[in-house]
Design a binder for this molecule. Sequence first.
Ligand code: GLU
Length: 312
Amino acid sequence: MWPGLANFVDMIEVGRFAPSTTGPAHAGTLLAGLLCWLDTRGNKGRLVLRLEDLDPHRSKPHWVAEMSKALEWLGLDWDVLERQSEVQQRYVSAVESLFKEGLLYPCSCSRQDLASRVSQRFDGLVPYDGKCRDRSLPPGGWEDCSEPLRLRCDEPAPDSSEPFKSPWMGDPLIRRRDGAFSYHLASVVDDGILRVTRICRGRDLEPSMRIQNVLQDLLQFPRPIYHHHFLLLEGREKKLAKIHGSMSWSELRKSLHPDQLTGQLAYLMGLLKKPIPVSPVDLLESFSWEAIRRPDLVVSWDRTSLSFIAIK
Ligand code: GLU
């Protein structure tokens, strides 16, 4: 290999889009995918499409199959496609190393238990209070334990490079009650192993950043750069539910060409002054995070004009 190539490969930016496959693709999914694609490709990076299908009850094979079709239809591409359910050995190794450090403990506290002990924060989140921190695992170790597992860890010191201080949610779950590895663990391990350098995702995931930073430090993965973007909300100011019929991809594609939808999404983002048809590639030149709107947007789908109407 050319002597400098190894360093060069290390320096390449890697982004990832990581949709959960717990519902159909919808306008919010496509907006998030487009932003992630622009952020990665705009930085000449490689893109990983990671299908987050670890939830044994909520993830369904037809939604797994639909997700990549929907993103491809919009004109997005990627270099690597992974399904979390197919790389679980990675998570076993990571949990084993956290266990060897003595950082895991069993905790069966339910959400209701927690809600009865801790009051909700202003944003509705309930941080874990550390009640089971001093409990130990059975002599056979974490694999012999049938309870959920948590990570014993301290709130990290504020990082001066962080533009904001996201809230600390307490010791995170590592393995859930149903036996599935937690979102935080799987996400950090996958990002680390695939050398992801940039993470672009919805603002609702901002509170998970500090927990993920702690896991990255413990597992010795470098911390990526984060961008948390605005959300599309539906009328009742709820995040577009994956069940939201009229804005699901299968409905939108019946009446719109992909370039029309891309143009409408780019208009909502603030990248275009008018919702004219464009392809994702056409947006690369004008893309910058400064140009992207910050506040969430409440939208509805207007069948007559075949466009999104921004309500607020
Ligand atoms: N799977 C999450 C979602 O669909 C995104 C996770 C992440 O980007 O870290 O909202």
